[in-house]
Design a protein around this ligand. Structure first.
Ligand code: G3H
Ligand code: 13P
Ligand code: ZN
Length: 333
């Protein structure tokens, strides 16, 4: 049993309280590789931002759970080495789908877990989330639960249709589970293809997707004043990265994300954690494709992973400073 506090990690409780009060959101970036981890830490240190590094079940399968945990421990040391004396780094399980998986992560040093029972019947979702909360809170690990279903398909997360969160359920759900934060469904979805062109409106040659359901968010905030709300599926799918990928041999048709002005607006509300994974994948792939197309003789991974890491770091900094507003928000600067 390893406690996250011994690894220099923090849970989400204090940072969420400050984020809700301050009208900004904490970035939650997924990582699977060392380059993603390095880019996240560099971006967080340069902007003096708290950060959530999250690991999916797919990431554990790809990279190995222990390796990712040691990488997060390394992230704390790396942040200090880069000059940040008091980093606030959360190691979070993304979309945990069972009590056993959550327990395993808590036991190996995660400071926060998500139990995603959103696909289950309501009472089963509550029972599962409560079981995880009861275990996690013994070790001061914070728990995110989800109510409402997001559409989208990725390695381990899939649902054909989205179902918005019902505001009339949130008080009962939060009270009975004891969860520390609540992921809701208001129109975001996972992956790089969040909307079909038919769902969008053409404005000045750009496909603009339908707005998020801010009315539902407002109702939820009214029911649970100050309670930390989480948005999954919040990549913006930048057109310049999609165009670079397609220019250098890729084929990403109709990739459409959540416009950044929608996320900026959400960040000012009780939404205090915004999940971004696909934008990192796009930034990495675009840089690698471009580098290899321009340098066909290169075969040392460091030659193309270095620009990939730089491009991800640029994207992370942009999100922190220009979208979520978490820059300069470390408790101790
Ligand atoms: O929401 C899901 C995350 O983007 C993780 O995706 O399961 O393919 O690692 P993954
Ligand atoms: P994106 O696919 O929009 O990046 O969402 C990631 C996410 O929600 C991780 O849990
Ligand atoms: Zn998600």
């Amino acid at each position: 049993m390893v406690n996250y506090k011994d690894l220099g990690l923090v849970n989400t409780r204090e940072m969420f309280k400050r984020a809700v009060a301050g009208g900004y959101a904490i970035p939650a970036f997924n990582f699977n590789t060392m380059e993603q981890m390095q880019a996240i830490v560099q971006a967080a240190v340069e902007t003096k931002s708290p950060v959530i590094m999250q690991v999916s079940k797919g990431a554990r399968n790809y990279a190995n759970a222990s390796i990712l945990r040691y990488m997060a421990e390394g992230a704390v040391a790396y942040a200090k080495e880069l000059g940040c004396e008091h980093p606030e780094i959360v190691l979070h399980l993304d979309h945990g789908d069972s009590f056993e998986l959550c327990k395993d992560c808590i036991d190996m040093g995660f400071s926060s877990v998500m139990i995603d029972g959103s696909h289950l019947p309501y009472e089963e979702n509550i029972a599962l989330a409560k079981k995880v909360v009861d275990y996690a809170h013994q070790f001061d690990v914070t728990v995110e639960a989800e109510l409402g279903v997001l559409a989208g398909v990725e390695d381990e997360v899939s649902a054909a249709e989205s179902h918005y969160t019902k505001p009339e359920e949130v008080i009962d759900f939060a009270t009975r589970t004891g969860c520390d934060s609540l992921a809701i469904s208001i129109g975001t979805s996972h992956g790089a293809h969040k909307f079909t062109p038919e769902q969008c409106t053409l404005v000045n040659g750009v496909l603009v997707p339908p707005p998020l359901a801010f009315d539902i968010l407002a109702e939820i905030e009214k029911k649970l004043p100050g309670f930390p709300i989480v948005l999954h599926g919040s990549s913006s799918v930048p057109m310049d990265e999609v165009n670079t990928i397609n220019q250098y041999g890729g084929k990403l048709d109709a990739a459409i994300g959540i416009p950044e002005d929608q996320l900026r607006k959400a960040s000012k509300s009780a939404v205090c954690k915004i999940n971004i994974d696909s934008d990192s994948r796009l930034a990495m792939t675009a840089a690698i494709r471009k580098h290899l197309a321009e340098h066909p003789g290169d075969f040392d991974p460091r030659q193309y992973l270095k620009p990939a890491r730089e491009n991800m770091k640029k994207m992370y900094i942009h999100k922190i400073v220009n979208v979520l507003g978490s820059d300069g928000k470390l408790a101790i600067q």
